[in-house]
Write a protein that binds this ligand. Structure first.
Ligand code: DHB
Length: 330
């Protein structure tokens, strides 16, 4: 099949092949990238790519409400248990050609949920990704980290990562990232996953998804904020910035040490230009914005990017590439 010319080029940043996202800042897949209108708004925004909501084989209404606490105690972030509400992969595949008219890469985020067709995990990912490749999507984000189905992200088990990714790497040609959960203090698991990612040869890791299994309480009513899964959900926003920076740095170093050309895309806690700069310093070559996009809408990308450019200029740099991974040790 003839595919439309892709606007996605790769550039090499410090020896790593990195899909060209310009500016290197996108939305994080999430509650504001579900519908046609939301995705068109991203197309018109200053974001460097359009990242869809993680799509599943069958359309899903998602979890019962309330399922999103937009701004929690002390403004430290948001907690969600959306339950993969999305239009189903066929609708997104049909939408891709329209989204490509905005002239920026379209990144299809792909996820798993049990479905009436009873297809096994790996078959669902393969069917969806093949359809999105045929649709002309520029890149795939293989989401192995939703915390809101069972509370245990798929990528907490390296065997699951292998099971999903091996067939995709064999059958699908598109650039591919894997979206991972935080490994926090599970350093043995982190090592295992980093080795496996190297072996699989994906183009990028996106780290991190929301911090799983968190909770907040409304004191007036003495009630949990979220209904699904007894109130547990994924935390995003300022509270997780230090967790995300550590994840980015750990993956960046581990790939550098092995001279692997796998890019690290940083996601987690970016609400100011300075937060984005920290992600770049820690090793991210592209950053994603979730909770701040939820709070402020698509105008956030222009605001953040202008601030990043100002910081670069004021500090004598001419591009982001010059600072990626340059954080200093004490
Ligand atoms: C959902 C949440 C996630 O963090 C994710 O990666 C995918 C889906 C959700 O609950 O819809």
């Amino acid at each position: 099949m003839h595919l439309p010319e892709s606007p996605l080029r790769t550039i090499v940043v410090k020896g790593m092949e990195t899909p060209r996202i310009d500016p290197p800042m996108t939305n994080a897949s999430g509650p504001r990238s579900v519908t046609h209108e939301e995705l068109y708004k991203l197309g018109r925004s200053a974001a460097g790519a359009i990242v869809t909501k993680s799509m599943t084989h069958c359309p899903r209404a998602g979890n019962p409400e309330p399922r999103l606490a937009t701004r929690i105690t002390h403004d430290v972030g948001s907690i969600n248990s959306m339950g993969l509400n999305n239009l189903g992969y066929r609708v997104y595949a049909g939408l891709v050609p329209k989204l490509k008219r905005y002239g920026k890469p379209v990144i299809a985020s792909v996820s798993y949920a049990p479905c009436e067709h009873n297809l096994p995990l790996e078959d669902q990912y393969l069917e969806i990704t093949q359809a999105l490749e045929a649709s002309g999507a520029d890149m795939l984000e293989i989401n192995l980290s939703t915390p809101n189905l069972t509370g245990i992200p798929i990528a907490n088990d390296p065997e699951n990562i292998r099971r999903v990714m091996e067939p995709l790497k064999r059958e699908v040609r598109l650039p591919m990232s894997v979206k991972l959960p935080p490994y926090n203090n599970s350093l043995t698991l982190f090592q295992e996953v980093a080795e496996l990612i190297l072996e699989l040869g994906v183009d990028a890791v996106v780290t991190m998804n929301s911090e799983p299994n968190t909770m907040d309480i409304d004191l007036k009513t003495r009630t949990k904020l979220l209904k699904p899964r007894e109130g547990y959900g994924g935390l995003g926003g300022p509270a997780i910035l230090p967790i995300a920076l550590a994840e980015v740095q750990r993956f960046y170093k581990s790939f550098q040490d092995r001279e692997a050309s796998i890019a690290v895309w940083g996601c987690g806690g970016i609400t100011t230009p300075e937060d984005a700069i920290k992600h770049f310093l820690a090793g991210a070559s592209v950053v994603q914005v979730g909770t701040a996009f939820l709070w402020e809408g698509p105008g956030i990308f222009e605001k953040l990017w202008q601030g990043v450019e100002r910081w670069l200029h004021e500090n004598g740099f001419s591009s982001v590439e010059e600072i990626v991974g340059t954080v200093r040790e004490l």
